[in-house]
Design a protein. Sequence first.
Length: 640
Amino acid sequence: MKSAFLAAALLLAAASPVFAQPSAGPQPVALPPAVPAPRDVAYPGVIRLEVDLTDTARRIWRVKETIPVAQSGPLTLLYPQWLPGKHAPRGAIDKLAGLVIKGDGKTIPWVRDTVDVYAFHLDVPAGVREITAEFQFLTPTAPNQGRVMVTPEMLNLQWEAVALYPAGHFSRRVMVEPRIRLPGGWGYGVALDTAAREGDVVRFKPVDFETLVDSPIFAGRHFRQIDLDPGARIPVRLNVVGDTAGELVVADKVVETHRNLVRQADKLFGSRPFDRYEFLLAISDRLGGIGLEHHRSSENQVEPGYFTDFDKAVTDRNLLAHEYTHAWDGKYRRPAELWTPNYNVPMRGQLLWVYEGQDQYWGYVLGGRSGMFSKEESLEALAATAATYETRIGRRWRHMEDTGQDPVMSARRPQPWVSWQRSEEYYSEGQLIWLDADTLIRERSGGKRSLDDFARAFFGGKDGDWTVRPYTFEDVVAALNAVEPYDWATFLKVRIRDVAVKPPLDGITRGGWKLVYDETPTSYFKAAETAGKNTNLTYSLGVVLGREGEVTSVLWDSPAFDAGLTVSTRILAVDGIAYDADRLKAAITAAKDGRPISLLVRNGDHFQTIPITYRGGLRYPRLERLPGKPDLLSEIYRPR
């Protein structure tokens, strides 16, 4: 009775005038008016966009944009913020400089929005029918400023970096006529139609702004184009730039492997929902790394030797398969909350486990079916992924779907405890979930159906039709049920939304294999170490080390963690002798008899000798066949 009386009294007090009065402290200042929301109406006229790309020494791009205006008065120009494929507000507004806007030759003042810094407000004077916006895009001159986009031999132009566009319109309703000036004699690849090339000036046919942003350019001094489906009605081409001309030399059998990738994708999806596809490939250790999908092209960077030493380029051979698959999964079919009417409306990543997770699955499957990976390499890569998630201790507190917010939260910045924090795990944990689904369909249907059937039904469309078709969680569930009736809603929700210690490895065991560890790394694991320039002891000491003994990763609750090692620690000596990777491995093996491993470490200005008691020896993941179970994994990777 007393608690009921007190609740009633508080309710009355809250309703009384004295409680409605503002407090004595400061009150907030009103926010500025919202930027005009996009509407599905055409912007009048065609914007002319000119970009001078010739200053490769200082890596400065110079932009002139001529924008028609139908009337005088307020106008808001936007710089793209939320970028497809990056799933986050990554627009490089900090690198736009020198902005001057004019009308009839006179400067028009502009004001940056005080809340939305990607918006520029101005008043168009009476009688002005077009305005010009001139500025520079200052591409990074060093990796610590961002991804390097220009070298003396090549460049990677992303149109959203060099364009302002009017607020109040869907991006597909804004027309643009783009042109570029290239350094002398350079070739280029792009999924745009060239209207004319006069010397080093290239003019493209007008396109809508959405298509323009979806059509980046790779250009270079050393350029080659390879037709991956000669004579096809819908062409697929590989456009290559290299640090040297020698990087463009490619053996016929390697070309055939890339053509097999196109053939196997056709067999999987049953259509080409685009009018053309241009792989853009940089073979370079000077251009910044990238793997970014677009509907009719993709941006890809691999290390030198990709063509000339293809057998050793193991960790680079998955990239093209992954990005090509996105033409279907992520572009043609796109999560409804990741499609936005323009590039300044926020995206939401709840379904990235389909967009990226199933794409990760098909990328490796197509890699195996096409010959980009051997069967053994496919299984070894899968073992490496499975081991990652068997030890991903952050699954104790954070469910996988929540990692879809990581592109916004962390922007892929390095993390001190990634095994505990988790990071964009919709990719590879998603891959394991879709393997689970595939093997379950195969098992339940007696091998008559598989996730291939889902891919063709859900992602397949009509040849040449590249109108985006958004989807929801319910659409995914319905499509799975059409292939194999089952409680797919619960199946998916448990795996993406439940906090669970158990890793999602059922697809491997149902597929006839199991994850095991032994003292010898697989060829794939060694290739990954070589590519990463590290020594990966995650599954023994729980640490990854750079070449000089610097700690780059520590597994939460591992022996290294318990000993106090952190990222930024450097191991100087092992058992009193200067650090060497092989010496540390030998010490791990010797420690199986119970003797602690003694490490001299440095962390900043502090030196310390620490003992690590660990008896498990070296441990590297691999897959081992389960006797008596059907080998579904080999069937999944078998060429069609």
